[in-house]
Design a protein around this ligand. Structure first.
Ligand code: SF4
Length: 402
């Protein structure tokens, strides 16, 4: 433990830092306990997100590292995203909060967290809470603290809004069950696409144990316990030296287990960690994995159908659906009047919404070129036929398929 790492005790207010004096000068004027907001700010930063630019007006809170603009229902929903503590006994190689790294350590008690969140929520700055933590001691003890915060919110303060709770690796099943009862969304972060890859970057984490946690969540969700509507997971891309193929082969299993979404976070080297000299993973790789995950989950693609390079990675210069289409000229053009829905879904640029619009239009009679006006056809044009005639420019088709 470095000289800047503080030790922890359990007390009335939960985890408390010893030896941290009051921090002056940077806290918002309207807060009675400036040290609380300094900790919130640091723990928002530790949660790994950038300051949100959601609010243009003069800012009553000077830093706001704790606002996370989650995407949902066609808009960015501001969530209060913090760690309960950034002190950790773990040694994940990429992580800024790993044990032994020389950085200040901060904590909130469940009541402090709830007070800070409610204040921000009542000020209209956030609509929901995304709560996670590093693991200072026993994972079930940390999980218990997250559950305690959720119980305070739901039962003492009557908060009925959105709550996402992270499940700590190694947390007990009864706490997982309670988490599913309290939260709208829960997540177990797998970090890597298999046991060996995970051991290479997170020596203390157990891949099979985390899969069992995901299974337990699925079971509780199927039983209709509580209010959780789904679970997600997150991977760090490029930290373990893995290929995209490894993610793609794992994803169908996770989808079968009922995961709503898989998130991919491109690895960024953090100073003071064992991976500080490593190359960052590209954002484009992250994006291609998101696109491929979508194809597997929503478009009926199988992992072995996706085009990969010799190293087992998705090509970065083409999105995976276009790469597949260009590899399969025999499949195109697709006649929109006759094609099955799953065939239409293979057309670049067509998503489930466009396909259902086409099916709806088709139910009224044979489609002609002009019937497709208003549909997003820019990308799809070279790949479709309407009423026996190719839709896109023959030149483009020749360019694409030779
Ligand atoms: S468990 Fe690993 S990833 Fe999580 S905070 Fe600790 S070191 Fe970081």
């Amino acid at each position: 433990m470095s000289s800047r790492e503080a030790s922890f005790t359990s007390g009335e207010e939960g985890l408390k830092l010893k030896g941290m004096g009051t921090l002056k000068g940077r806290a918002p004027a309207f807060h009675r306990r400036p040290d609380l907001w300094r900790r919130v700010e640091e723990l928002g930063r530790a949660a790994g997100e950038e300051v949100s630019a959601l609010h243009e007006e003069p800012d009553p809170l000077p830093f706001r590292c704790w606002i996370y603009p989650a995407k949902g229902r066609g808009r960015a929903i501001p969530l209060f995203k913090v760690l309960l503590s950034n002190a950790c006994k773990g040694h994940c190689l990429y992580c800024a909060n790993r044990s032994g790294r020389d950085c200040p350590r901060w904590s909130l008690s469940p009541e402090e967290l709830v007070q800070a969140f409610l204040r921000a929520q009542r000020a209209g700055l956030v609509e929901g809470l995304f709560l996670s933590s590093s693991i200072p001691e026993d994972p079930s003890r940390t999980m218990q603290q997250l559950v305690e915060a959720a119980e305070l919110l739901r039962f003492k303060y009557g908060f009925q809004g959105y709550l996402h709770l992270k499940i700590m690796p190694g947390a007990s099943e009864d706490l997982i069950e309670r988490t599913v009862e309290l939260a709208d969304r829960v997540s177990v972060n797998l970090e890597a696409p298999g046991p060996e890859r995970l051991k290479g970057i997170c020596p203390e984490k157990d891949f099979s144990g985390m899969l069992r946690q995901i299974e337990a969540v699925s079971r509780f969700l199927e039983e209709g316990l509580g209010r959780a509507r789904g679970q997600t997971t997150q991977f760090v891309v490029g930290a373990a030296g893995e290929a995209d193929r490894e993610f793609l082969e794992l994803l169908p299993r996770l989808h079968q287990m009922g995961l709503k979404r898989c998130y991919f976070e491109a690895f960024r080297p953090v100073p003071g960690t064992p991976l500080e000299g490593h190359e960052p993973a590209s954002r484009l790789r992250q994006r291609r994995l998101y696109q491929a995950e979508f194809l597997l989950r929503e478009y009926g693609f199988r992992p072995e159908e996706l085009v990969l390079d010799e190293e087992g990675n998705l090509p970065q210069d083409l999105d995976p659906k276009l790469a597949w289409a260009m590899r399969h000229p025999e499949f195109f053009p697709v006649e929109v009047n006759r094609a099955e829905p799953e065939e239409l879904l293979r057309v670049p640029g067509f998503g489930p919404r466009t396909v259902s619009k086409i099916l709806h239009l088709r139910s009224r009679g044979k489609l002609r070129r002009e019937d497709l006006k208003g549909l997003p056809l820019k990308r799809a044009a070279p790949f479709i036929m309407v009423d026996g005639k190719t839709y896109g420019s023959p030149l483009v088709q020749t360019h694409l398929f030779g």
